[in-house]
Write a protein that binds this ligand. Structure first.
Ligand SMILES: [Fe+2]
Length: 252
């Protein structure tokens, strides 16, 4: 089975990049499933229902989230009925679920969202322990983990922890793609960070002028999305039959 996983889609330009490039990626690679990290798609913060429906209409099967899952509170109205997974290491009382299983032909595919704890700030449960309890309950043919984290060491250690027990660990959150697509010793496909989808010349998707000023003055202002300019799209293509993982990097 071929699975296309598209990294953190940021804001209006990120959504535009999907409309621009997804049709040709589908035609070229013929993925059976498309998964998108969508935690930044609503101007950088969360997702609303109109955007969710737009992604579904493009053929996206599942949306993973991260530290900005609940920044747009409108998600509370539809997350329980949506193909969205929020980090599984939130408390179980938090709306939504941390993993979902979908059926594709005779295969079951489980998509799990987890968040790292290093340099992330949020007081979430230990992802290394949470994944153990999730995997105890799963019998799926294919298990994919979006590990949303800042620290490269935490992501690599996590991949060793689950090596051979999940199909792939795909890092997200830093918005910068890494060149380490590989197969771990016991067979898990891995990349430290898939990279982002959105403005090519923003600062991780955000307006560059505002971000430069923040670093000059030390004052934090509101994060604004980049409104114009060329696009970038980063993704990985997994082939679970031939056990390959390949980075896809588009810069306009
Ligand atoms: Fe994030």
């Amino acid at each position: 089975m071929k699975i296309l996983f598209i990294g953190d889609v940021f804001g209006t330009l990120g959504q535009q990049a999907l409309h621009t490039y997804l049709p040709q990626l589908k035609q070229q690679h013929k993925p059976h499933l498309i998964i998108v990290n969508g935690e930044n798609i609503d101007k950088g913060f969360g997702i609303d229902e109109a955007i969710y429906k737009d992604l579904m209409s493009m053929g996206v099967s599942m949306i993973t989230m991260g530290n900005h899952t609940f920044r747009n509170k409108k998600i509370l109205h539809f997350i329980d009925d949506a193909n969205i997974v929020r980090p599984a290491n939130y408390d179980e009382s938090v709306p939504g679920v941390g993993y979902k299983t979908i059926q594709f032909n005779d295969k079951t595919v489980t998509v799990i969202s987890l968040m790292g704890r290093i340099f992330m700030g949020d007081p979430l449960d230990n992802p290394f322990k949470v994944i153990d309890s999730i995997l105890d309950t799963l019998t799926s043919d294919i298990i994919l983990v979006d590990f949303h984290g800042e620290a490269t060491s935490e992501k690599i250690a996590f991949a060793h922890h689950v090596d051979g027990r999940v199909t792939a660990v795909l890092g997200t959150h830093t918005h910068v793609p890494t060149a380490d697509t590989m197969i771990f010793p016991k067979g898990t496909m891995y990349v430290t960070d898939v990279g982002m989808t959105g403005a090519k010349y923003g600062v991780l998707g955000a307006d560059k002028d505002k971000q430069v000023q923040k670093f000059i003055t030390g004052l934090r202002g509101p994060v604004k999305e980049t409104k114009e300019g060329p696009l970038q799209l980063h993704a990985v293509l997994l082939d679970t039959t031939f056990q390959t993982i390949e980075g896809i990097h588009i810069y306009e």
